[in-house]
Design a protein around this ligand. Structure first.
Ligand code: AMP
Ligand code: GLY
Length: 441
């Protein structure tokens, strides 16, 4: 039995997330001397592996179970809640916790509209003269179909306005594909009732993360996510198959532009009576040295959190307090200069059909950890002595290094030690290829 460091006067933290991002937060809060106990809704069984602090998960709850989460906060005398999942923001969890006097990191429902309502977000961001793709908003299937028929050869992104578990944006290379995509919007229920048609921009994507206290912000890191399921950026889009921090595409010029966009956004949200408190995620695209905003999210990225959080050297409670108490300006963020690569280990068939892999055993997690990497659990659970698959993205392996070559070598050596019963593990073998090509040049 592991000996947990449970001492008096230490804080109890409640994290709202179930996946690898939540596991990275558990790891980070767990490193703080000020933290005694970590509760996670819903969490997963593998999260305990990265910390000696006592981790309690509530796997029967959902991230938007507002009443139950409030009850846990009260009963467990929680000192801080960190809301990392988009649907919890949309459900108003942050507002409810604030009303009850519970310190919380995360935006209110109104501030989080920047993620849960893409139609609103486009008009808000566009209003501050931030570069975005050309777009048009539609409320019926008929209107959108009529519109795209005028442009038979144009490429589009068709997007559900509401939250759709990362599946709501569909690329369409011509009007016929766009019509198919528009017809798919209804399967997102309320989230697809309003949808957008956007021009398909071609460029290189990155994500950037800012810690915001409602008034000021500090950029904490950048990442480049590899979203397609297969090597060579082929196959369907996923929640993210792996990423690199900090990517080379984000040079000094791009950083400068990103900072200006964050400034306009944070100022604009405050001026419109929606001060943003928490982590703000800018999904951007670089085209000819210019930055376009593809999306804002009201949370850490997953798996971006798994590479950026480990780079923070401050005690994380110090960072959390700066966000909550309006002290971001005075926070001396200490970030190490290592490159990090994370690779998602998924059930074969993800993201389309992987139900038959559920319940299969996962081997080699301990061996991988012993090789000097971090393993963050996601769709995985304990079954007696075994680890078994419980979701599409099963776990993440993350390594650091002095450069992308070193980090990547370490991460792939470690993941090769892991397998899923019946040869059911899938992962990309080329995460970081853009930066590898750049350093080789
Ligand atoms: P979103 O749902 O807005 O996060 O979009 C998911 C992914 O679709 C993004 O990360 C991009 O890879 C892609 N995407 C979304 N909108 C566009 C666009 N207008 N042009 C090109 N790619 C896009
Ligand atoms: N990795 C993409 C996201 O978290 O939305």
């Amino acid at each position: 039995m592991k000996q947990f460091e449970a001492k008096k006067n230490r804080k109890t933290i409640l994290i709202i997330d179930g996946g690898g991002r939540g596991a990275a937060l558990v790891d980070k809060y767990g490193q703080s001397k000020q933290v005694g106990k970590i509760l996670v809704v819903p969490g997963n069984d593998l999260m305990q592996i990265n910390t000696r602090k006592h981790v309690v998960t509530y796997q029967n709850l959902k991230t938007n179970s507002v009443a139950e989460i409030l009850q846990i906060a009260r009963e467990e005398k929680v000192d801080l809640v960190d809301v990392a999942q988009d649907n919890a923001v949309e459900a108003g969890l942050v507002d409810a916790l604030m009303l009850n006097g519970v310190p919380v990191i995360g935006p209110t429902k109104l501030a989080g509209q920047i993620e849960w309502d893409k139609a609103w977000a486009r008009s808000f961001v566009g209003g501050y003269l931030i570069p975005i793709p050309k777009y048009k908003i539609f409320y019926t299937e008929k209107e959108g179909i009529k519109f795209v028929k005028n442009y038979p050869k144009r490429s589009w992104f068709v997007k559900a306005s509401g939250l759709a578990e990362g599946k709501g944006a569909i690329g369409a290379k011509n009007a016929n594909e766009a019509i198919d995509a528009i017809r798919k919007m209804s399967k997102f229920g309320k989230s697809g009732e309003t949808y957008l048609l956007e021009e398909w921009l071609e460029g290189e994507e990155f994500s950037a993360f800012a810690l915001c206290d409602g008034k000021n912000f500090k950029v904490v890191g950048y990442a480049q996510d590899y979203k397609r399921v297969n090597d060579g950026d082929l196959g369907p889009n996923t929640g993210g198959m792996g990423c690199v921090s900090n990517p080379l595409i984000v040079n000094a010029n791009i950083k400068n532009k990103i900072s200006k966009i964050f400034q306009k956004t944070v100022d604009g949200l405050r001026q419109e009576g929606r001060p943003y408190i928490g982590v703000l995620y800018l999904g951007g695209m670089v085209i000819n040295g210019n930055v376009y905003v593809i999306e804002f999210n009201a949370r850490w990225g997953d798996p971006e959190a798994q590479v950026i959080l480990p780079s923070i050297k401050n005690d994380f409670i110090e960072v959390a307090d700066a966000i909550i108490f309006g002290q971001i300006k005075n926070l001396k963020l200490e970030i190490d200069n290592k490159v990090r690569v994370v690779v998602a280990g998924t059930a074969k068939g993800y993201p389309i059909d992987y139900l038959s892999v559920k319940g299969k055993k996962v081997f080699g997690i301990d061996k991988a950890i012993k090789s000097g990497v971090k393993v963050y659990g996601a769709g995985i659970k304990r079954d007696g002595k075994d680890w078994v698959v419980n979701g599409g993205r099963v776990f993440y392996v993350m390594a650091d290094g002095k450069d992308v070559i070193a980090a990547r070598e370490k991460v792939y050596k470690a993941i090769s030690l892991i397998s899923i019963e019946g040869d059911n593990l899938h992962y990309r073998t080329d995460i970081g290829w853009r930066d590898i090509e750049r350093v080789k040049q």
